[in-house]
Design a protein around this ligand. Structure first.
Ligand code: FES
Ligand SMILES: [Fe+2]
Length: 422
């Protein structure tokens, strides 16, 4: 459980909150390049860490991310004209470039130098690894982009998707590092009917539904092993990587593999990014076809939006007959299942009311690591990982071994957990 105070500390991410400051020390995945597909295309709304922003791609292809409201009298730049290397407010024509400089003020006399005194808040943005990243922290502390393996492979080897979740970021992230729920929420009543999703073997998942969890802190966050007993002196170890601030890399059987990032829109909403990649070859039609079924990640979305089709309004289209006969939850896709339970907890769960057991160890580790990093930052200690992009060069792992000790597993199979892409 968390005290009310710690829960607020962990979940509030707006300007000048300690956790919000921690997030503002990292480059954050914020958009897909397809949202602003070409120079001078229409601007889009972006809400990030409780701030209303507008993003545009200027004439040179540079991404601009600026505060939503024009500093003249506050009209939204969402309605703006994106033209000739800047965004122009349609109320009185003031124009700003991607650095936030006011480059034209046609409503003032030509001899006025007023425009040189006006700026709009602008955040650096860059396109890399199939994602548009935004940095919202102090300019003099601009960090390195994390060298996550999925972001380093050629575009053809990767797919990225994004959708919205109606909860605080922590609730979603906690689901990613909660190995035991896979044996229930995502299971089939008859494990042999479970489709092969290449992430976990259904028979092993069913064999031991109370995995033992062991976590180690690392430079990038922490990793944990979930140990399931699958025979006499034989164990399945699923190692999940949890990388600051909120990336996961999930244990897998074969590539393509991936993970997620949980990026706060504000305290009550989150954008989830899902990454899947193969380090050595382009993704095939069949790799991509799996992603379109909505059975895993991403969920099916309402056309033209990032809002999932199965949502709270329609009870995630739960099928009670399916639940009785076939699947544990009766809900179609793995992410639909996750969102159903996580959104049912309310936007910010009151963690004074929870009762954590030994299977919740990784969740405790994640909270402790995030809260500690935010407290350190309050004391002036910058997060190490933000300035050491190379520490992100790791993989998750799934291995069956006659070893019951996590440190020994790491010693024996540690090289399998290193990214191989240059
Ligand atoms: S409100 Fe934007 S130019 Fe006047
Ligand atoms: Fe899940």
């Amino acid at each position: 459980m968390l005290t009310q105070e710690d829960n607020e500390f962990a979940c509030r991410v707006g300007p000048r909150t300690p956790m919000g400051e921690l997030f503002r020390r990292f480059w954050l995945p914020a958009m897909l390049p397809s949202e602003v597909p070409e120079p001078d295309c229409p601007p889009v709304r972006l809400r990030l860490l409780g701030e209303d922003l507008v993003a545009f791609r200027d004439t040179n292809g540079q991404i601009g991310v600026v505060e939503a409201h024009c500093p003249h009298r506050g009209a939204s730049l969402f309605f703006g004209r994106n033209e000739e290397c800047g965004i122009r407010c349609v109320y009185h024509g003031w124009k700003f470039d991607s650095t936030g400089a006011c480059v034209d003020m046609p409503s003032e006399p030509a001899e006025s130098n007023f425009k040189s005194k006006v700026r709009i808040t602008a955040y650096p943005a860059r396109e890399h690894g199939g994602v548009i990243w935004v940095y919202m922290g102090p300019p003099e502390l601009e960090p390195e982009v994390p060298q996550l393996e999925w972001s380093l492979v050629p575009d053809s080897h990767r797919t990225v998707s994004k959708w919205y979740q109606e909860t605080n970021y922590l609730q979603g992230y906690e689901g990613d590092i909660d190995s035991s729920h896979a044996s229930f929420l995502h299971s089939y009543l008859d494990p042999s009917r479970s489709p092969d999703d290449r992430t976990i073997r259904a028979d092993l998942k069913a064999m031991d539904r109370a995995p033992k969890l062991i976590a180690n802190d690392t430079d990038y966050g922490f990793r944990y092993g979930a140990r399931r007993r699958i025979g006499d002196d034989l164990y399945n170890w699923r190692v999940t990587q949890a990388l600051l601030p909120t990336y996961s890399l999930i244990g897998f059987l074969d590539f393509p593999a991936g993970g997620r990032a949980w990026i706060p829109i504000d305290d009550n909403r989150t954008m989830t990014f899902y990454f899947s990649y193969h380090p050595d070859r382009p993704l095939t039609e069949s790799d991509l076809a799996i992603r379109k079924t909505g059975r895993a990640f991403p969920p099916h979305l309402i056309e033209g939006t990032f809002n999932p089709l199965r949502n709270r309004e329609n009870d995630y289209l739960i099928d009670r007959e399916l639940q009785r006969s076939t699947t544990y939850s009766g809900i179609h896709g793995v992410n639909d299942q996750d969102r159903a339970v996580q959104e049912s907890m309310g936007p910010i769960y009151d963690r004074r009311r929870e009762h954590l057991g030994s299977s919740d160890l990784a969740i405790m580790s994640a909270r402790r690591r995030l809260i500690q990093a935010a407290r350190d930052l309050e004391q002036g200690v910058e997060p190490y990982a933000a300035h050491h992009g190379e520490v992100y060069r790791v993989r998750a792992m799934d291995v069956n071994a006659p070893i019951d000790d996590f440190d020994a597993v790491v010693d024996t199979y540690g090289t399998r957990m290193l990214a191989q892409v240059e």
